[in-house]
Design a protein around this ligand. Sequence first.
Ligand code: R5P
Length: 297
Amino acid sequence: MKNVVIAGTNDVSNEIAKSIANSLSADICNPIYKTFPDGESYIRIPCEINGKRAIVVQSLVYPQDKSIIETILLGDAIKELKAEDQILVSPYLAYARQDRVFLEGEPISIRSILNIFKEYYNMLFTIEIHKEESLKYFGKPSINIRPYIYMAEKIGFDKRNIAVLSPDIGAIDRAKSLSSYLNCEYDYFVKSRDRVTGEITMQPKELDVKGKDIIIIDDIISTGGTILKASQILRSQGARKIYVMVSHAILLNNAEEKLISSGIDKIYAANTLPKKDKVHYIDVGPFIASNLTAYLN
Ligand code: R5P
């Protein structure tokens, strides 16, 4: 079956779509997008899709709600055009952190969104969803791509004196798998709250970071608060270089400035969200393409 890659509605999705199309040697289709004066989204796919595998690439970037609607409209349009297979590549799946009811009366937001996407798409690829279990709500085949080893290969860390730390025990698997590639130690931060002041402190569980280069690994940086705290502790304990590696760098309110001035040497992120100065991006398009190829063959 012939593949056609359909570029989504934002720059991030366009860049990844091009990269996937190049890696797959597939045609790329650039839909027409506009916003009506009343704010509604318009899309049209001016390409031959009939009988082909349509691979829609749409990262759910800000404004997320518009990105979601456009993903639905793209799915409907490729259905209308009689695509033989409908694949969604959504490198950043917004709403993934509302994956349960924290307070009575809340929705499970990621469930409601994936429930809609499954009406239009047969298969879903994403980069490091907050919790992989959430993909069950899609109810069809899906692949959560962990990009860290691919990113580390591209970055080419000096492996001689390095260790990997995860901000909490819940995310220890990420640190473990990257450390096995780098052949180094790994650990996680233990958080504790002072019962009197309420202040939260963090401490590596066992690792002595003195004189070591440390990679803090996480799925997402939002306000940067978690990473900031971690890096301050590492500095005070004598870490040499501090690197941050994440899939999704939201970095609200120029958080990257605060992180770099706190002594973080480099922030590495996958190119799943709009770019910020001072962040080093790794194009994960070719890695998504190799996952697509492995699945499709
Ligand atoms: C939490 O479970 C996530 O993995 C991240 O650690 C968190 O969302 C980061 O948020 P912030 O940058 O606002 O501290």
